[in-house]
Write a protein that binds this ligand. Sequence first.
Ligand SMILES: Nc1ncnc2c1ncn2[C@@H]1O[C@H](COP(=O)(O)OP(=O)(O)OP(=O)(O)O)[C@@H](O)[C@H]1O
Ligand SMILES: [Mg+2]
Length: 212
Amino acid sequence: MRHIMVLNAKGGCGKSTLATNLASYYASEGYAVALADYDPQRSSLDWVERRPENRPPVIGLAGYEDGLRRLPRTADYLIIDAPARSHGTELTDLVKHAETVIVPVLPSTIDMQATTKFLTELKDVPRIDRKQAKIGVVANRVRENTLIFDELDEYLTTARVPYIAALRDAQNYVRAYTRGLGIFDLPEYLAWPDVEQWDPLLKWLRSVRSQP
Ligand SMILES: Nc1ncnc2c1ncn2[C@@H]1O[C@H](COP(=O)(O)OP(=O)(O)OP(=O)(O)O)[C@@H](O)[C@H]1O
Ligand SMILES: [Mg+2]
């Protein structure tokens, strides 16, 4: 079973958005997918509850300990939506089950600063330090041709972590979430610019570069 965690101590950067879209992507590919929501806000579970019955199912698991106890052994993918403000021993504990950690970051000075601190902390977690879990950063809600995106792009290119993909700011994500869907469930004529931007991320997730 492939374990993928979406994590950043900074709130509102797109953890739940990435987690739900990943879950619906793998489900649409025919895999058995569990989405564990470790956040008391339960955004991902709320999304699972909204998911229409005629779509490939995603199993929602609540909480940390309980969630993993109820994880079906037959699941091909476990996607974990982690809570914001995870630091110290809590962070070490969270990462214990991850193979791959995706860190979303927004094009904003506050977010970049917070993420720099977070990445330093994350790289010191023994499991990451020993390369038993791999990190990749994804720029989220980007608006091309803005100064702040150029700044984020430059920051991520020079930060010593793999910079995997940049996803644009798009209403498709908001609309899909409300309906319990991912962008991969939307009509192609609407979703193609976003689907295209996921390509490098999905490729990285398939490759050994994202796995211990
Ligand atoms: N690429 C995007 N385009 C447009 N809106 C987005 C995008 N990514 C996220 N959002 C919106 O930004 C808000 C925050 O996203 P999300 O809830 O995924 O972040 P989060 O990191 O899970 O937040 P929290 O730390 O509160 O759990 C949501 O309203 C979401 O719909
Ligand atoms: Mg969230």
